[in-house]
Design a protein around this ligand. Structure first.
Ligand code: UT7
Length: 330
């Protein structure tokens, strides 16, 4: 038995490391140039966590900010979901570490791994629980510390990534407000284009793996690029169809932030002018699960959204996975 009710974002918050690495810093580390990075990716600088900061630390800070915004005490949460590919450790779940630090006594908590689509997967899962009235409030955190799984000697990858976290709280709302539709998908056949080989049950992290650099992200950039451009357009159209909305009704596109050229191609296909597309890639690089919620939280904090605005969130990532959500801001 389930009742159906509206599900709204009632709080949000972010946590960014303070340390900045600019393109010119990278010029001193690998054979690259500010010009190449800016023109091929759109990135100017990125944040990198301090050595003592782990995913749960940023996640905790973002969660606290979101709870404050929602004016909600942690024990009112029903569920905590942490979307990440860089948990503090394989287990226990980073979500459980956050649950403990928040003092959210007895609250259910788990991690969710869907690459850079993780936050949108989390939003979709949380939506189900609130819509069905299983829980009133769900905390969803997108956090990644990609700097820990990046080979800082590999110019193909190290210029792309950054660290960060953001959280939202879902709660019951008006039926025609909040999350209007969601769409998730995957194609595991493309898993080989973006993966971290060692540290799991396939290749335990032994000396041989370390010698080969298998503890670092491996990526076929051009293949991911092609997939991303195609799937961003397809996922956007599908999720809008599910919401019963047309492209012209979209106020803001909030895309996963991997490459400005991917964002531009998607926006062009969706006929959305640049001022309707939220971009933070230039300042933060690709933060995986954190990219979309950081962009959302930043714009919300700046008062950029008006009640009734239609937000179209679209992401893609390792898996390969994709996800999209339509939200009517309320
Ligand atoms: O969240 C999902 C994660 N990943 C993505 O979404 C990545 C999607 N892919 C991309 O964004 C792009 O494919 C990249 C930015 C990774 C690469 O851009 P590209 O235009 O596809 O370049 P490419 O890989 O085809 O490389 C072009 C050239 C190569 O040199 P040669 O072989 O033509 O001589 C690379 O070695 O650019 C070279 N190159 C660089 N040069 C200077 C690659 N990285 C760099 C660099 N600085 N950092």
């Amino acid at each position: 038995m389930s009742t159906h009710r509206g599900v709204s974002i009632i709080g949000w918050g972010r946590a960014m490391p303070s340390k900045v690495i600019t393109n010119s810093d990278l010029e001193k580390m690998v054979d690259t140039s500010d010009e190449w990075i800016r023109t091929r990716t759109g990135i100017r600088e990125r944040r990198v966590a301090n050595p003592e900061q782990a995913a749960s630390d940023l996640a905790f800070d973002a969660a606290q900010a979101a709870l404050k915004k929602a004016d909600l005490s942690p024990d009112r949460l029903g569920l905590i979901i942490v979307a990440t590919v860089t948990p503090d450790m394989a287990f226990p779940a980073t979500a459980c570490l956050v649950q403990d630090r928040l003092g959210a006594k007895g609250v259910a908590a788990f991690d969710l791994e869907a690459g850079c689509s993780g936050f949108l997967y989390g939003l979709s899962v949380g939506h189900q629980f609130v819509q069905s009235a299983t829980y009133d409030y769900v905390l969803i955190i997108g956090v990644d510390i990609l700097s820990r799984i990046t080979n800082w000697e590999d110019r193909n990858t190290c210029v792309l990534f950054g660290d960060g976290a953001a959280a939202v709280i879902l709660g019951p709302g008006e039926p025609e407000q909040g999350i209007l539709s969601t769409y998730l998908g995957s194609d595991g056949g493309g898993g080989k284009y973006l993966y971290l080989p060692a540290g799991g049950s396939r290749y335990p992290l032994d000396h041989e793996a370390l010698d080969q650099g298998l503890q670092y992200t491996q990526m076929n950039g051009p293949e991911v690029f092609k997939f991303a451009v195609r799937i961003m357009g397809e996922a956007a159209l599908e999720v809008l169809k599910r919401a019963g909305l047309k492209l012209e009704q979209v106020t803001y596109l909030i895309p996963h932030q991997a490459n400005q050229r991917i964002i531009d191609a998607a926006a062009k296909r969706l006929r959305l002018p640049p001022e309707r597309v939220l971009v933070n890639l230039d300042r933060y690089g690709n933060m995986s699960s954190a990219s979309i919620p950081v962009a959302l939280a930043e714009a919300a904090d700046q008062g950029q959204f008006q009640p009734g605005d239609i937000l179209l969130l679209v992401g893609f990532g390792a898996g390969l996975t994709w996800g999209a959500t339509v939200i009517r801001w309320g």
